[in-house]
Design a binder for this molecule. Structure first.
Ligand code: HEC
Length: 417
């Protein structure tokens, strides 16, 4: 369907007639950049939390995984703090550049949107509780309860990005706004679930990759002290990254094919396909590394990171290209509507110049003073005769006071300007 006809049935607001604090292109570039930094830590929080839950579960059988889960849990609480702090940047940029789309999406999913706050708070507190009770609740039912805590906090950590994602997704499709009645109905827009799956797998892949670096460090491994060598650890985390990356080759195309066609452009394919090809190479490298000899594990980590970053940057740019294309027509309509409004306003102002008659007479003005100032008696304020004596020969002083009253005496109510 032609996007223009689609949007013809869409509520199109007009823009605020204010200029942006930075050039729009710069704000968009910052948005992509800030978002990638934010999502990096979100990925590490979500992926870390999932892996902690999995390792602690394996730990019921083999203690070495329990120790590994604890070391990983320590990184989750740090990453979640960074995720939240780094989330402010993209929020500010998106607010400025996509004001009406962003506002509409938030308003339409309002309740779910607000639930994020208690959800984040509870997930944080549970993550800390989980970390600090590790050695206290370490056997029998207490251990089971301990594991239940990480399950609950993980479910919460999973729910938060889901709400965000539904929001950001809804923002892209003004044509759906009139049909959406709250969060759950916003999930019906085709691609929310594939998009979420894509995000989850990216979280696990990234956490795997981060783990391959973190658990390579001598002091971390020494502290972990669970009988696993750094080579074994690196292979394990490479394997996790490889599996998650491999699964992206199902989730990715699923997402691409469920994307509403409004934002699908040749440019999108030109960005996504080469990135996916690089992703395939990355997958092969990760698979090889997850079976590599101790010696060959020593090299290549940084190169893999760089490689991974390029893939991520490509996917992030593709995502931005989609957003731009999906919203182009809506933004044009907002612009046109704003211009019409501005010129109508200008015409009205010219036709209706402000008239002198509208101003109040001195008598009318004094009526507001009379409530507190009587000729001879003291009401809330001093009597007029007293004021006259006080300001004899200085009428300007009365004006000055009345514009900006001061305070001389303690009074029940001050003199209003
Ligand atoms: C809500 C009551 C209230 C209203 C209404 C009010 N005044 Fe007053 N006015 C006071 C009070 C109380 C003082 C004494 C303030 C002080 O000395 O701290 C005062 C003091 C003054 C003074 C004396 C300032 C001085 O140097 O001591 C002037 C002049 C004055 N008001 C002018 C006005 C004028 C003009 C208006 C109407 C536009 C007005 N007031 C309305 C409460 C009011």
């Amino acid at each position: 369907m032609n996007p223009i006809t689609l949007l013809a049935e869409v509520p199109v607001p007009r823009d605020l007639p204010l200029s942006l604090p930075l050039p729009e292109g710069l704000l968009k570039a910052l948005l992509v950049l800030f978002f990638l930094v934010h999502i990096l830590f979100v990925n590490l929080t979500v992926g870390g939390s999932l892996l902690v839950a999995a390792f602690e579960f394996l730990g019921f059988k083999s203690k070495k995984y329990d120790a590994l889960a604890l070391e990983l849990a320590k990184t989750v609480t740090v990453n979640k703090s960074l995720a939240v702090v780094m989330g402010i940047g993209p929020l500010l940029c998106i607010n400025l550049v996509y004001t009406s789309q962003w506002y509409s999406a938030n308003a339409l999913t309002g309740h779910a949107w607000l639930i994020i706050i208690p959800l984040i708070t509870a997930a944080f507190l549970l993550a800390y509780l989980h970390k600090y009770t590790w050695h206290r609740w370490d056997s029998g039912n207490a251990k089971k309860l301990h594991w239940a805590i990480v399950i609950i906090s993980t479910v919460m950590f999973l729910a938060i990005p889901f709400v965000f994602l539904a929001n950001v997704n809804l923002m892209l499709f003004p044509s759906e706004w009139e049909k959406v009645k709250g969060f759950f109905s916003s999930l019906k827009i085709g691609n929310v679930l594939p998009r979420y799956l894509h995000f989850l797998l990216a979280s696990i892949a990234l956490t795997g990759l981060a783990g391959a670096g973190w658990f390579w460090r001598e002091n971390v491994v020494k502290h972990l002290d669970n009988g696993m060598t750094r080579e074994e650890l690196r292979r394990l985390f490479y394997r996790i990254a490889a599996w998650a990356t491999g699964a992206q080759f199902i989730a990715g195309p699923l997402l691409l094919f469920t994307l509403p066609s409004i934002g699908v452009t040749p440019l999108l394919y030109k960005i996504i396909l080469p990135s996916a090809a690089l992703g395939l190479v990355l997958l092969l490298v990760l698979l090889r590394k997850s079976k590599a000899t101790d010696h060959s594990l020593r090299h290549g980590y940084v190169a893999i990171l760089v490689f991974f970053s390029i893939v991520v940057l490509g996917m992030g740019s593709g995502r931005h290209a989609y957003r731009e294309a999906a919203l182009a027509s809506h933004q044009q309509q907002i612009k046109a509507r704003s211009e019409t409004y501005q010129s109508a306003l200008l015409a009205w102002n010219e036709a209706n110049p402000p008239s002198e008659e509208a101003e109040e007479t001195p008598e009318q003005l004094f009526a507001s003073c009379a409530a507190c100032h009587a000729p001879d008696t003291r009401l809330v304020g001093p009597p007029l005769r007293e004021i006259v004596t006080l300001y004899a020969g200085n009428p300007d002083g009365i004006v000055a006071w009345s514009m900006a009253p001061g305070k001389n005496a303690p009074t029940t109510r001050p003199c209003p300007p």
